[in-house]
Design a protein around this ligand. Structure first.
Ligand SMILES: Nc1nc2c(ncn2[C@@H]2O[C@H](COP(=O)(O)OP(=O)(O)OP(=O)(O)O)[C@@H](O)[C@H]2O)c(=O)[nH]1
Ligand SMILES: [Mg+2]
Length: 234
């Protein structure tokens, strides 16, 4: 491997409101990571910084988001699948980040993950579970995560609730921002690991094996938050 540098091309894709907030973080904190923002909410898109912005189905949603309609989120992604494919072309690994329980993230994420896998890209999904006080969204999220797992085994679920336990006096916004920051640094660590795998073993290791090695529980995702890590099971 003397003198030969293998640099995997990695991409982070944020889908819907929460996903795009995380992309904002990655864009400002980790300029070496390429970013894509996917949303059908015009205002949220304005607030988002990303290398590529895919504003899906503005004519159908009138720029107001999918308003909790999972079927609409899915159909918007399907209608823009060529743009999504183009944005992912040439990458070795993709991280897809989305909040669950709304329309865009829940509906579009399985479509995007399935496309990434069909393109032979190592695919990781980070799905944010809504707060347990969010009512109907909790069930919508559960069904959404089950769908995502059908197409992507390397799915990590992050609990917004964890931050309620850890930061009982924090506002919801502050709690979510903490989760967003920890997801951004989690992705940074995973990208470093992928690079290591590529550099040390690229001739003998398959992308499936790298995926398995990198997939895992969400506990190390919460390490960076500051207090003692606690898993959802505790
Ligand atoms: N950690 C974190 N969670 C968020 C954030 N914004 C929203 N969420 C969570 O993610 C869930 C889904 O919300 P959004 O991502 O805004 O939904 P969406 O995919 O845009 O869906 P529609 O607006 O209905 O199209 C919410 O119920 C919240 O629990 C965020 O910035 N950070
Ligand atoms: Mg939205």
């Amino acid at each position: 491997m003397d003198g030969l540098e293998i640099t995997p091309r990695t991409l982070a894709i944020g889908v819907g409101g929460a996903g795009c907030e995380v992309i904002n973080r990655i864009y400002s904190l980790m300029p070496m990571v390429d970013t894509v923002a996917v949303n059908c909410d015009k205002e949220a898109m304005h607030r988002t910084n990303a290398d590529v912005k895919l504003y899906i189905c503005r004519s159908v949603t009138n720029g107001e988001g999918a308003k909790g309609d999972v079927g609409l989120g899915r159909d918007c992604a399907k209608a823009h699948i060529d743009d999504i494919e183009k944005a992912m072309t040439g990458y070795d690994a993709v991280f897809i980040i989305a909040g669950m329980g709304g329309g865009t993230g829940t509906g579009a994420t399985p479509v995007i993950a399935e496309k990434a896998r069909s393109m032979g890209i190592m695919t990781f999904v980070i799905a944010i579970n809504p707060f347990s006080f969010e009512g109907r969204r909790v069930q919508v999220a559960k069904e959404g995560i089950a769908k995502i797992r059908q197409v992507c085994a390397s799915t990590v679920v992050v609990e917004n609730d964890l931050m309620v336990q850890r930061m009982p006096d924090a506002t919801m916004k502050a709690a979510m921002e903490t989760v967003n920051r920890s997801i951004a640094s989690f992705i940074g660590r995973k990208i470093a690991l992928i690079k290591e795998c590529f550099e040390s073993e690229f001739e003998s290791i398959s992308s499936d094996v790298i995926e398995q090695r990198l997939a895992g529980g969400s506990s190390d995702l919460t390490d960076s938050v500051g207090s003692k890590p606690k898993t959802a099971k505790e």
